[in-house]
Write a new protein. Structure first.
Length: 516
């Protein structure tokens, strides 16, 4: 193997080398934007680099590395080479499925410029950790890059692990500097919203343990005595799985109108074991351990008839321009309605443009602090009788998320553009398109179904994606046989039509895949 000086992970030397690599990104971006035919290499590391306890809450999470396969659309650039690394070897059928969706480039030409590596390791830990534990694999990836001066690394979320890997590969990371990712935590989100002048729910952030949590809940309740529920969130959780609700109406005593803060704290402390968790099977003991280790926030549960949960996807490019990518209305489930299940695109026209404007303010605060990369901003939209919807910011996801891969898949297969002035999308052929997407189409009856069986069913019944830019595209195909779980993107001219296509697809699956 080539002898290189690799500084210790997390050391000052590593941070210095990383900063030098990141300084090259702006030049890379400008140069490639000016000439997309120049040779370049993108290294995709789709690692879910989160707390293992959070990852364990998601069925089939090992296959979520497949959600980043939309990055294969980069192969539209005729001289770009793409390196994609996974925990386990990807089924070749899944790769072919994506490449055959791409128009304008022969699949064989794209396939010759695609290099796949895997760790042959399905352990429930971050992919980046697995790669770093295999120095020979790191060397093979480094060798495959060929020209580090014209390459960068893409990841799902950025942590010190990704920084270490970028330094070991000798290429910049086209994502947020790990030193800044705290801005996307639940605490960081509230601080950024405050700086941007965007409304958020009353609450407290920066809570380090259960004792601070109890005090913060009591203080928040005293400040908002009419609230009936408080939501508690782990700082680094995602998809709503780290959230819990405390129903204040069930407390035996301690109402702020009748009690001191100290008495209210006693009542809140006694009620903590009654928290209602979004993640199934979670106990107060386990949640308390996570909160004491991770920290978090508490805030008032925002009420409102007809309340919806829209979001905005944005990107800050290497020249620090803030760009809106898309808007969605999120479908939420779970005991408290906080777990992400799916979304429709675009968000409702009543509030999508106002929501974009607020998100741009958030994005400018992040850009001024040095953030680059993709991120999302979640809101609550509450209809008002005498005016526009009230928009309350909820959190920032400083990473890719549940709406990143469906929108990018739409772009991948249709070659179109998002119009930020209207909040709509048109394909390369000028057709306006909407969609419904979910990662959680799941049934025990689907277990044992191979990806080919599913594709055959859809082709026979005509609901696969067609050249009229309408139909269904699947993701998480690797989850299907073992977990009975699949991701689905239903694309059509309107949201209602996309929902109808999805319903038809589910009906076909339930009719033909049940019991084999």
């Amino acid at each position: 193997m080539t002898s290189l000086f690799l500084p210790p992970a997390g050391s000052a030397d590593e941070r210095t080398q990383f900063a030098a690599l990141q300084a090259r990104l702006r030049e890379h971006f400008v140069r490639f934007a000016a000439d997309p035919t120049r040779p370049y290499t993108a290294v995709v590391i789709p690692s879910q680099s989160f707390d293992p306890a959070e990852l364990a809450k998601i069925s089939g999470v090992a296959h979520y590395e497949e959600r980043s396969l939309f990055n294969l659309m980069l192969l539209r650039h005729p001289r770009l080479r793409l390196i994609y690394v996974t925990s386990k070897r990807l089924n070749p059928l899944i790769i072919d499925y994506y490449l055959h969706q791409m128009r304008g480039v022969p699949p064989a030409h794209a396939r010759m410029r695609l290099t796949l590596f895997d760790c042959d390791d399905a352990a429930p830990i971050a992919l980046t950790s697995k790669i770093l534990a295999r120095p020979r694999l790191v060397q093979r990836i480094r060798d495959a890059i060929r020209d580090p001066e014209n390459a960068h690394m893409v990841c799902f979320n950025s942590t010190p692990l990704e920084r270490t890997l970028a330094v070991q590969l000798g290429i910049p990371l086209n994502s947020c500097d790990p030193e800044l990712t705290h801005l996307g935590s639940k605490t960081g989100s509230r601080n950024v919203f405050r700086a941007a002048g965007v409304e958020m729910a009353p609450g407290r952030e920066g809570l380090s343990d259960e004792h601070e949590l109890v005090s913060a809940v009591a203080e928040t309740w005293h400040e908002s005595p009419d609230t009936s529920r408080i939501v508690v969130k782990l700082d680094e959780s995602f998809s709503g799985e780290g959230n819990a609700i405390l129903d204040l109406r069930e407390l035996e005593s301690g109402h702020p109108r009748d009690s001191s803060v100290a008495d209210t704290e006693k009542a809140v402390a006694a009620a903590m074991p009654n928290l209602r968790f979004e993640a199934p099977g979670l106990t107060w003991g386990a949640y308390r351990e996570q909160f004491n280790r991770m920290g978090g926030i508490c805030e008032v549960w925002v009420e409102g008839e007809g309340k919806t949960s829209p979001s905005v996807q944005l990107r800050i490019n290497p020249v620090r321009e803030v760009q809106v990518i898309s808007t969605h209305d999120q479908l939420l489930g779970g005991p408290g309605g906080q777990v992400f299940l799916g979304a429709t695109f675009p968000a409702n026209g009543r509030y999508r443009l106002a929501m974009q404007d607020l998100s741009m303010r958030v994005g400018q605060v992040l850009a001024d602090k040095g953030v680059i990369g993709r991120f999302g901003v979640d809101f609550l939209a509450i209809p008002q009788a005498d005016g526009p919807d009230r928009l309350v910011a909820v959190e920032i996801n400083l990473r890719a998320g549940g709406t990143t891969h469906p929108f990018n898949t739409l772009k991948f297969i249709t070659g179109g553009q998002y119009d930020a002035k209207t909040g709509t999308y048109s394909t390369g052929g000028g057709r306006e398109r909407c969609y419904f997407t979910t990662d959680t189409l799941q049934s025990d009856d689907y277990k044992g179904t191979l990806p080919f069986d599913l594709m055959d069913l859809l082709v026979v019944h005509g609901v696969h994606f067609r050249y009229d830019d309408t139909g269904v595209v699947f993701h998480l195909l690797g989850c299907l046989s073992q977990f009975g779980k699949i991701g689905c993107l239903a694309i059509a001219p309107t949201v209602d039509e996309s929902l109808a296509i999805y319903d038809r697809t589910v009906a076909l699956m339930n009719e033909h895949l049940v019991n084999g």
